[in-house]
Design a protein around this ligand. Structure first.
Ligand SMILES: O=C(O)/C=C/C(=O)/C=C/C=C(\O)C(=O)O
Ligand SMILES: [Fe+2]
Length: 313
């Protein structure tokens, strides 16, 4: 049974600091096409790779990647808070299979996920979705990060296992392309920020609002032409998307964290979710990219891309 994939950027500023209607309408039309692709595929299970932005996963225990055999959304940026419809049996089987492959994946029976995982699920399935899924946290924010090869190997291991289940599995990869929004960093954290990077779960409504205000203000400044932010890099983004379109997933092994940051900004590390997703899809042989879209959206501070692909029979 074939596997299908969709990789898509997310943005907390979607619906809050939107671009010109001509761009927004084009993005929404692409979402409609992706939703139709997913409905036609009719997945029995969805595996979603995505990052967290210090809302669910912290430096009290920062894994490189973690499979959620239970999960709840924290409900940031307007996403729905509460438990996710995790297929625990499938998730636990994935954990065992990945460990058997020699990859020391972490497991959580209650993974806390933020918009990095919840927003694409809501885009694809609507709010209060009940489709069985397995969330996989991919660290893209809590530096330092390991080599890209590890995320490819994780994706391939998951791909081989789901392949053997003879089920229609949709693989989702969530994250922006080039972008550098204001996400705090350990190496420059004040003591107060450090405390919440280590133990920042359940912030007060005031603190959450203050953090969100910072991101909204940055989006507005970025759109107004403030060049103190690292700029969106459409050439870099095209190269990333071309690599996946050319089925050259193993080329991502040579992408260093420095190269990603210099060309795509700190949050370009979210591309790791795309690597995992395409690596998982690639294990069954050839795949066809059925669609791709891209916009550099200043208001969202991100190169916003989407791709859909399906395994060839
Ligand atoms: O200030 C914070 O603690 C958190 C900031 C964010 O959560 C920013 C998120 C930005 C994205 O998810 C993005 O991919 O643009
Ligand atoms: Fe993000």
């Amino acid at each position: 049974m074939p596997l299908a994939l969709c990789t898509l950027s997310h943005s907390p500023l979607y619906g809050i600091n939107d671009p010109d209607p001509s761009v927004l309408n084009a993005v929404d039309a692409a979402f409609d096409r992706v939703r139709t692709f997913v409905e036609d595929f009719d997945p029995e299970l969805t595996i979603v790779f995505g990052p967290d932005h210090y809302n669910g996963v912290f430096y009290d225990m920062m894994p490189a990647f973690c499979i959620g055999s239970g999960a709840r959304a924290v409900g940031d940026w307007g996403t729905e808070p509460g438990p996710l419809p995790v297929d625990r049996t499938a998730a636990r089987r994935l954990v065992s299979a990945v460990l058997d492959d020699g990859i020391d994946v972490a497991q959580s029976e209650e993974l806390h996920v933020d918009h990095g995982i919840a927003q694409p699920l809501e885009f694809l399935f609507g709010k209060r979705y009940s489709n069985p899924l397995v969330p996989v946290f991919v660290n893209a924010v809590g530096l330092p990060l390991g080599p890209m090869q590890r995320i490819r190997l994780l994706g391939e291991s998951i791909g081989r296992e789901i392949e053997s289940w003879n089920k229609r599995v949709l693989i989702v990869g969530s994250g922006g392309l080039s972008h550098d929004p204001p996400v705090p960093r350990l190496d420059e954290a004040t003591p107060e920020v450090l405390a919440r990077l280590i133990d920042g779960r359940n912030p007060s409504p005031e603190l959450r609002a203050e953090r969100q205000r910072r991101v909204i203000e940055a989006g507005k400044a970025h759109a107004a032409g403030d060049t103190s932010f690292q700029q969106i890099n459409p050439d870099f983004d095209a190269r990333i998307m071309n690599t996946f379109a050319d089925s050259a997933v193993s080329e991502t092994d040579s992408w260093t964290t420095d190269w990603m940051e210099k060309n795509g900004g700190h949050s370009a590390h979210e591309i790791r979710s795309w690597v995992a997703a395409f690596a998982a899809l690639s294990t069954g042989g050839s795949y066809t990219v059925t669609n791709r879209w891209y916009w550099p959206v200043q208001e969202w501070m991100t190169g916003f891309g989407m791709m859909t692909a399906i395994q060839e029979a």
